[in-house]
Design a binder for this molecule. Structure first.
Ligand code: NAD
Length: 475
């Protein structure tokens, strides 16, 4: 844990082990913190707030620039650690570290651009001044699927705004989180400005984060069920809340699309991080006229995705996070097949050496998926591409919008009118049009409906950590 500028053990002295999901090997151990440790961290963040929030924007920017350079220098070590702890292929880990570092640089720039306003009044003797100030101590909870970038996406804008913070990383990936805090320590973050509590059982920490009056904001990335609970408690205590939650992304191949290009995009996108991404497509809608071309290209592509240890060359899909994740994917595929879907590729767990030591599911292509199957509505978070064939294009946007989620959607078309109509009509926070990577530090990321509240990245991301203060001045 990192509290008040030093790496510490838990008060109880307890620790827990961290394992490699590809091999089951124990690769480290970290303190198993509890409510007291969380309160210690909040005390440190609270004490540091007065000084940090009144430093110049330039000096906050300088800290983020130093952290960015260190992350860049340590990129290869970080990527290797990520592949060992989280499992994704090394190439994907390198890409994530670069994405994570981008948030540090972007908010180093943005720190110096927090401005106010000077507004006129109806009274001739009055002026209004609008000031933006940091909200205070921020509690952060992050997931394991992007174990470095999900930290910098929250920490960088909070620090740029002048907030201090306490972060609880996911129990599956605390070593990546520790490496991020080492960077901030080495970059010279003042004591108490950034704090981290690791814990095997997140509940007592969540309880402190959502009830301690010194915490002014909760920001959470993870599942909808947990986010809904934590946001509810935090909001009940009138804390500000941002939550980035689950998704069930539709991928729409319109009749005026190039089906081969769409299939190549879908195959590249679906198997990123073994499908363990909140913006992973979960329903691939293909017009009947394109079915043959789309499906045959997908079969060829998916058959060539190799599963295995992320350190091996040519591996496109690593292990899933744990056994429960494999069981959930297997249950969804079995349910779909029992209701008439066909597994054109994969459709099984991967067993035998070397897979038995880790948590592997075969890259899978399902055809004939329909409403009524579990996979049609529930997030899969695994390497399964479900194809739904449709006939009536006029129903397509309604089908795509028929979900409680609203994070990402994808559209393939070669017609500008179709693209604009779909972009405007889809009830999702992020829409990729012929584009399978609509994310960047400079772009607002976030969902509608059950996919969350608030945005991360872009100038909107820093606004989440700022309060507006109005001054009325009589002259
Ligand atoms: P999860 O909700 O189980 O865990 C996320 C984090 O919450 C972890 O740090 C965990 O320890 C913590 N947590 C769990 N219960 C808690 C409690 N009672 N109090 C405090 N903390 C608690 O989710 P997960 O399985 O780790 O992550 C997968 C989910 O995250 C998926 O649904 C995915 O779509 C979502 N996700 C969303 C985004 C996004 O930006 N929208 C990004 C990545 C992942």
């Amino acid at each position: 844990m990192f509290i008040d500028g030093e790496f510490r053990d838990a008060r109880s002295g307890a620790t827990f082990d961290v394992t490699d999901p590809a091999t089951g090997d124990i690769i480290g151990s970290v303190p198993d913190g509890g409510a007291d440790d969380a309160r210690d961290a909040i005390t440190a963040a609270d004490a540091a707030f007065a000084a940090w929030s009144t430093t110049t924007a330039r000096s906050r920017s300088d800290l983020l620039y130093r952290a960015w350079r260190l992350m860049d220098e340590r990129a290869e070590q970080l990527a290797e650690l990520m592949t060992r702890e989280q499992g994704k292929p090394l190439r994907a880990s390198r890409a994530e570290v670069a994405y994570a570092a981008d948030f540090l640089r972007y908010y180093a720039e943005e720190a110096t651009r927090v401005t106010g306003e000077w507004l006129p009044s109806a009274r001739p003797d009055q002026r209004f001044l609008v000031l933006r100030q940091p909200v205070g101590v921020v509690a952060m909870v992050t997931p394991w699927n992007y174990p470095i970038s999900m930290l910098t996406r929250k920490m960088a804008p909070a620090l740029a705004a002048g907030c201090t913070l306490v972060l609880k990383p996911a129990e599956a990936t605390p070593l990546c989180a520790k490496a991020v805090f080492e960077i901030f320590a080495d970059a010279g973050a003042p004591d108490g400005v950034v704090n981290m509590v690791t814990a095997l059982d997140p509940k007592p920490i969540g309880e402190v984060f959502t009830t301690d009056p010194r915490v002014r904001k909760l920001t959470f990335t993870g599942s909808t069920a947990v986010g809904r609970h934590l946001a509810g408690v935090a909001a009940g205590n009138l804390k500000r809340v941002s939550v980035e939650l689950g998704g069930h992304a539709p991928f729409l191949v319109f009749p005026d699309a190039d089906p081969v290009r769409a299939a190549k995009g879908a195959a590249a996108l679906k198997f990123l991080n073994a499908g363990q991404a909140c913006i992973s497509p979960n329903r691939l809608y293909v017009h009947a006229d394109h079915e043959d071309a789309f499906v045959s290209t997908m079969v060829e592509r998916v058959s060539n995705v190799r599963a295995g240890n992320g350190f091996e060359d040519g591996v496109g899909v690593g292990p899933l996070v744990n056994e429960a994740a494999v069981a959930k994917v297997a249950a969804q595929v079995d349910d779909a097949v029992s209701h008439g879907a066909e597994a054109l590729v994969g459709g099984t767990r991967l067993t035998g050496a070397p897979f038995d030591r880790g948590h592997f599911y075969a890259p899978t292509l399902l055809a004939g998926v329909r409403d009524g199957m579990t996979i049609y509505r529930e997030e899969t978070f695994g390497p399964v591409a479900p194809i739904i064939t449709y006939d009536d294009v006029d129903e397509l946007l309604d089908l795509a919008n028929d979900t409680n989620y609203g994070l990402a959607a994808y559209v393939y078309t070669q017609n500008l009118s179709t693209a604009i109509t779909a972009f405007e009509g889809l009830r999702f926070g992020i829409v990729g049009v012929n584009d399978v990577n609509p994310t960047a530090a400079s772009a607002p990321f976030g969902g509608m409906q059950d996919s969350g509240l608030g945005r991360e990245g872009s100038h909107e991301g820093i606004a989440e950590y700022l309060e507006t203060k109005l001054g009325g001045f009589a002259i």
